[in-house]
Write a new protein. Structure first.
Length: 172
């Protein structure tokens, strides 16, 4: 393997940048919040893509079908065939809780940063899946009702999507 990515370091960098971004928001200005809504929704993914370039090459997991497309040297275009998918829906399990953490006046800056890191290390897992597989997922914005809070593949397990860990990632 030519390159490897350290997941803990990437998540640490991502959490620092996300915390910096969230601290800069004027949470009391409703019009401002509406204006930056798209930026709030896309900040984590865009930052992640800039921390580790390659989009589908750097996802943490891939479905077997997606991996075939990624590895097909005759297939120059993956556009329209693959989805860069948050295994645990970002808005509900990372974004909203992180925004609440930053606004919590009882927590120190260090505690806020630690809590955001904990959320990201637990729930920030990206998969490359096919468009067809994405359409089969029942819950797009939430985990299944009986979710244990741990299994990041629960939405995929529900519909029979098997994912394989990307060996590019190391954990230190």
């Amino acid at each position: 393997m030519d390159r490897q990515l350290n997941r803990t370091k990437v998540i640490k960098d991502l959490s620092l940048l996300y915390f910096k971004f969230l601290k800069s928001i004027d949470w009391d200005d409703k019009i401002y919040l509406k204006g930056i809504n798209e930026g709030r929704n896309k900040f984590l993914s865009n930052t992640y893509l800039n921390l580790c370039t390659g989009k589908h090459a750097i996802t943490n997991f891939r479905s077997k079908k997606a991996l075939e497309i990624i590895q097909d040297s005759n297939n120059n275009s993956k556009n329209g065939k693959l989805i860069f998918e948050h295994m645990v829906p970002k808005e509900k399990y990372i974004q909203r809780p992180s925004e609440e953490i930053v606004r919590d006046l009882r927590l120190t800056e260090s505690e806020k940063l630690d809590k955001i890191f904990e959320l990201l290390i637990k729930y920030w897992h990206i998969a490359s899946i096919t468009v067809e597989e994405d359409k089969s997922i029942k819950n797009k914005r939430t985990m299944p009702k009986d979710w244990d809070g741990v299994s990041i593949t629960a939405r995929y397990d529900e519909v029979g999507i098997t994912v394989i860990k990307n060996e590019l990632w190391i954990i230190k």
